[in-house]
Design a protein around this ligand. Structure first.
Ligand code: AMP
Ligand code: MG
Length: 419
């Protein structure tokens, strides 16, 4: 029998129940990143996790150049009052070498990206000069060194640009290319197998029998795994019978780093999932103080990390995002995975029972004043998958909270960056 304890401001919470942060810590501390590194072309490195230090191999930009179409001059030629005439003695196109030195009283016509000629340090935009004969006339008010990009101002030769654990974004692969780097070493992809359990499940393309439902979890899981950039093996629906279940668990353990299943982990479940797992692996069946998604199984089957998600479609997604996704990112070798949380005002009052941390599905949007505010989607039941579809964030309501008035601030976890 589990003991009950009272937390301040809470309903009684069962001492056999884990808090979300405890469950997440337990999971993360049981996992280490996969070994294995591969060398890939820069484009293929997009979304992958870097497995090396990247030091700048050159200055970027490699030469001091003009940020504008205009005239390269020496700052000393900017008049303090009135105007001054400078002779145009050279033209510099982007990409062209320039050997000529520009003297005081002279200037060079220069295009954006053109290398600053020796003797110049300032660019006057072409719109700010008057052409007079073979020269230009400039007035005062220009800033010395304006409109010039210094060599190495983006990346300095030898500087550490990225380290291991960085997930490479479009900007990052652009930066690699800007240094002329064609290939990098990244961690190998994590292999994830998944299947659904439950005798009520029917696959798309088949006709529903009385009492059956379509298996949607395999599709949400497919989407969440695909967006994460792992390799996956969809093992379909496994019937709730000893032999097929045991066989599926062993196949997954042999072929994948991680197995994710949905269904069959709730209390009082009349199925063979728990029985089989207890026989062949080390798996804990947890009750987590969260809503939706109370049950979660976590453990190991012959070295394969196992996550058993609840069957309810919203619970499966919420537990995936709160536990499995951080775990997979950790296994992938990614660093800095803490989610970005916002503090936003709620447009309406929110109801909740104390004792469980709630992930209500929310819609954040700008109100008439341009302020970003949040409101929940409609029905919040754990089977209402449309609540996830309509939402663009989770409204995270703490364990002990019982209600939030309209206009109060709540913690929001945006989906952008999460999915
Ligand atoms: P369980 O966690 O197995 O007790 O399932 C809880 C609820 O989720 C039940 O109503 C199931 O029918 C439903 N469910 C289980 N697996 C799936 C699935 N793959 N797709 C859609 N609903 C599911
Ligand atoms: Mg079931």
């Amino acid at each position: 029998m589990s003991k009950k304890q009272n937390l301040p401001g809470c309903d009684e919470i069962d001492s056999g129940v884990l808090r979300v942060d405890q469950a997440r810590d337990n999971i993360l501390s049981a996992l280490s990143p996969v070994n294995g590194v591969e060398q890939v072309a820069v484009r293929s490195a997009l979304g992958r996790i870097l497995a090396q230090d990247v030091l700048a191999t050159i200055d970027v930009p490699s030469h001091t150049n003009s940020a504008m179409d205009g005239y390269a001059i020496l700052a000393a030629d900017i008049p303090t009052g009135g105007s001054k005439k400078l002779n145009v003695v050279a033209t510099v196109m982007a990409g062209a070498p320039i050997k000529q030195t520009i003297a005081v009283g002279e200037c060079a016509r220069i295009m954006t990206g053109g290398k600053m000629p020796a003797g110049t340090d300032t660019v006057i935009m072409q719109e700010h000069v008057k052409r007079v004969g073979d020269g230009i006339e400039i007035t005062g008010g220009h800033k010395p060194q304006q409109n010039v990009r210094q060599a190495g101002e983006d990346l300095a030769n030898g500087e550490r640009v990225f380290g291991p654990g960085k997930k490479l974004s479009p900007a990052d692969i652009g930066m690699l290319a800007s240094m002329g780097i064609a290939e990098v070493r990244v961690r190998r992809r994590v292999r994830v197998a998944f299947f659904s359990t439950g005798d009520e499940l029917c696959s798309v393309g088949q006709t529903l029998d009385d009492g059956q439902i379509y298996d949607s979890n395999r599709y949400t899981l497919y989407g969440m795994l695909k967006n994460l950039g792992v390799d996956f093996i969809d093992m379909g629906i496994i019937p709730d019978q000893r032999e097929p279940l045991e066989k599926a668990f062993f196949t997954a353990a042999a072929e994948a780093d991680v197995l994710i299943t949905s269904g069959g982990v709730s209390v009082g479940e009349a199925d063979f999932v728990k029985e089989t797992l207890n026989k062949i692996g080390q798996v804990g069946f947890w009750k987590i103080a969260m809503k939706p998604g109370k049950p979660l199984a976590f453990g190991n089957i012959e070295g394969c990390q196992f996550f058993g998600l609840p069957g309810n479609p919203v619970s499966a997604m919420v537990t995936f995002y709160q536990f499995v996704q951080p775990a997979l990112r950790h296994l992938m070798g990614e660093k800095n995975t803490a989610p970005l949380l916002l503090q936003l005002k709620t447009d309406v009052s929110l109801k909740k029972r104390p004792g469980r941390l709630e992930y209500q599905r929310g819609i954040m949007a700008n109100n008439a004043n341009g302020e970003l505010v949040v409101r929940p989607t409609g029905a919040q039941g754990s089977g209402i998958l449309s609540s996830m579809g309509e939402a663009n964030c989770f409204i995270v309501l703490p364990l002990e909270c019982s209600k939030v008035d309209a206009g109060q601030t709540v913690t929001v976890q945006p989906f952008a960056g999460l999915i």
